[in-house]
Design a protein around this ligand. Structure first.
Ligand code: SF4
Length: 375
């Protein structure tokens, strides 16, 4: 099982919190699309013996591409790779791009899953984050999308300064009212050099509050779990049969190809990342050169990676897998390091899997780093 991630590095405007790679100028779009197709062709041998199960358009804002442009890229995937008949093909889309007409058009394309960047149904939250859509667009696009797509995920952000717990609960209830089978939710984080960081520094916006984020994470978890969702990864909740195949593959250490500027790739042993610059990316691909830097993971890096991702999921970290893939000393080390967290009721071991408890979940990444080994 493997996946192809395609990065579309354009956005209408910059959200205040975002540090992803994107450009608000569409000038390079016409050169970028053939470059993506060419990178797909140049890298086809990397997946020579592999069946592609997932294709994921992420960004940036992939819904800024027309259907013909998306179809052109999908055709390049099919031309160069073996694609499963049951592949999951996801488009990240923003509500302001999802008119009724566009949704109908998309439903007739090979795209069979939408991941919609709602973030909040409240005008004040959307303004604070500088999202390009408004609350009405958030609702109307979901109303329409659910008529034409069965597999829909939406993103929500919690821990927004000024957003009370009751407003957060209202956001979750609004999301549930559309009957979507998957929700991804992230805490608002303040990344350096973003507009949000600068507004907080100047006192224009209150700083994010860890305690508020912690409480809202638990409100989310409780509400979604009692509404039939499985909390299968720290930031992801899905009804049975609707877990994201694309993301599950990342968390289970499967291979993926990252196509496009700033996209990351992984083949089990090596991690690669493409240059985060649209012009440099296009120029390099036009010269038949992959603009990629590659790092080979050591045995210890691979263990750390597995612990980090495994702990975030309901599958946990398998002691048998650690023993088979990394050796007995790694397994003993993991059990020994876990003990202190087990005593604090933050971790537990069940059926030979190390897992976080409900209390430990919000602290998961910090706990994982304490289980890492040094190279
Ligand atoms: S739309 Fe997405 S990628 Fe673009 S600026 Fe906003 S959060 Fe970042």
């Amino acid at each position: 099982m493997s996946g192809i991630y395609i990065h579309i590095p354009f956005c209408k405007q910059a959200c205040h919190y975002c540090d992803f790679h994107f450009s608000t100028s569409m000038k390079k779009k016409d050169d970028l699309i053939p470059a993506l197709a060419k990178e797909l062709e140049l890298r086809k041998d990397e997946f020579k013996n592999t069946v592609v199960e997932t294709i994921y358009f992420g960004g940036g804002t992939p819904s800024l591409l027309t259907n013909d442009e998306l179809q052109f890229i999908i055709d390049s995937v099919y031309k160069n790779y073996k694609v499963s008949d049951h592949s999951e093909i996801t488009l990240e889309a923003n509500p302001d791009d999802l008119s009724q007409e566009r949704i109908i058009e998309l439903s007739k394309s090979p795209i069979n899953r939408l991941s919609i960047g709602i973030q909040s149904f409240f005008e004040n939250d959307l303004k604070l984050m500088n999202r390009a859509h408004n609350a009405n667009e958030a609702k109307s696009c979901l109303e329409e999308a659910t008529k034409h797509f069965d597999n829909i995920s939406l993103d929500l952000i919690y821990g927004i300064p000024g957003a009370s717990n009751s407003q957060w609960l209202a956001n979750i209830e609004m999301a549930l009212s559309f009957g979507v089978p998957h929700i991804s939710s992230y805490a608002l984080t303040v990344e350096p050099k973003t507009a949000l960081a600068s507004f907080i520094k100047k006192g224009i916006i209150d700083n994010v509050d860890d305690e508020q984020a912690h409480d809202q994470f638990h409100i989310l978890k409780d509400k979604l779990e009692t509404s039939g969702f499985v909390h299968y990864e720290l930031s992801n909740f899905g009804k049975n049969g609707y877990f994201s195949k694309n993301n599950s593959a990342y968390w289970q250490g499967k291979s993926y190809l990252g196509i496009g500027p700033s996209a990351h790739s992984f083949n089990g042993k090596q991690r690669g990342w493409n240059v985060s610059n649209n012009a440099k990316y296009i120029k390099s691909i036009e010269q038949n050169e992959l603009p990629i830097e590659i790092e080979t993971l050591t045995h210890t890096d691979q263990y750390n990676e597995y612990v980090m991702t495994g702990l975030r999921t309901i599958w946990g970290v398998s002691l048998d897998k650690v023993e088979t893939d990394f050796g007995m000393d790694f397994k003993d080390y993991l059990i020994e390091q876990s003990e202190i967290f087990i005593n604090q009721q933050l971790l537990y071991i069940d059926d030979k899997h190390v897992q976080v408890t409900k209390k430990g979940q919000f602290l998961c990444d910090g706990i994982a780093s304490e289980l890492f080994k040094l190279n």
